[in-house]
Design a protein around this ligand. Structure first.
Ligand code: SAH
Length: 262
């Protein structure tokens, strides 16, 4: 780990750039990208960074080429300052894991720093109140790297203990049915009244007003769920919070009401 302010001539920075809008990037992420020689990432992450990229070597890579991207970044980082950018937090379904695995395998001695970012769970939660006030689980429905039966077991485990579950990668053209399957698992454990939030493009361009409904009525908005969406299925204690003007959110009480009068 590099100490803040240290400026080695080479190294690898794995940078979470947050949900999208510049004001939700950390100061550290901006600092690192500003001083990197090379910046590597997907187009969708690089485009919003354009003003920071002037005069840099920019390597645009495509989805599904994560291993090649990691290898290229490590090769360059032997002699250059390289930032590899990932949306949200790089350690949450992002590039950090694969880059560290490839680095470990290569045996290369390269300075590395992982720069945390605001992950989609936090971005989405912030738009609908406080649905994740206590323990919660995060589960991706993408079965590209994790078999579907393992995902289903994880869903059951989380729902069986009554905690809110944040769903990433909920529904794509390639696997349109995984989301409905996840809802079926939730219904085994939770009543129809449990709130559900569908949050599209949280804190980035294209942000839509979040939809808050219940497990019993989710079918009516299932078509809006796509890969730009994070879904928060409340826990057994979560409830709909009426913010007024027909705007709804979710509160998951942490238990203060059992201890204090307010
Ligand atoms: N590393 C990222 C997650 C990558 S997985 C992070 O920490 O946020 C990709 C999934 O994340 C998407 O399918 C979607 O479910 C979710 N996601 C990422 N950014 C989002 C945003 N701004 N709004 C809503 N969902 C988002």
């Amino acid at each position: 780990m590099l100490s803040p302010g240290e400026r080695p001539s080479n190294g690898l920075w794995i940078v979470g750039i947050g949900p999208g809008r510049r004001e939700y990037m950390t100061g550290r992420a901006i600092e690192i990208i500003t001083r990197a020689e090379y910046v590597i990432g997907n187009d969708s992450y690089l485009d919003p960074l354009q003003p920071l990229l002037v005069g840099k070597q920019v390597i645009r890579s495509s989805m599904g080429k994560e291993v090649e991207r990691a290898q290229r970044a490590i090769e360059l980082a032997r002699s250059h300052a390289v930032a590899i950018v990932s949306g949200g937090d790089a350690g949450v379904y992002g590039m950090a894991g694969i880059v560290l695995e490839v680095l470990e395998h290569s045996g290369a001695e390269i300075p590395v720093e992982i720069v945390p970012g605001v992950t989609a769970a936090n971005a989405a939660a912030s738009l609908v109140g406080s649905p994740l006030s206590g323990d919660f689980a995060v589960i991706s429905l993408s079965d590209l790297l994790t078999p579907l039966d393992v995902i289903e077991r994880r869903l059951d485990a989380a729902f069986s203990v009554g905690i809110p579950v944040v769903i990433y990668n909920p529904r794509s053209h390639g696997r349109p049915h995984n989301f409905a399957l996840a809802i079926d698992h939730a219904r085994k454990y939770y009543p129809a009244s449990v709130p559900v939030a569908v949050v599209k493009n949280a804190l980035r361009d294209g942000e839509a007003t979040p939809l808050v409904t219940t497990l019993g009525e989710i079918e009516s908005i299932i078509d809006t769920v796509d890969m730009h969406t994070t879904v928060i299925i409340g826990g057994s204690e979560s409830r709909i919070w009426r913010m007024g003007n027909n705007v709804k959110g979710i509160i998951t009480p942490r238990g203060y009401d059992h201890k204090y009068i307010y």
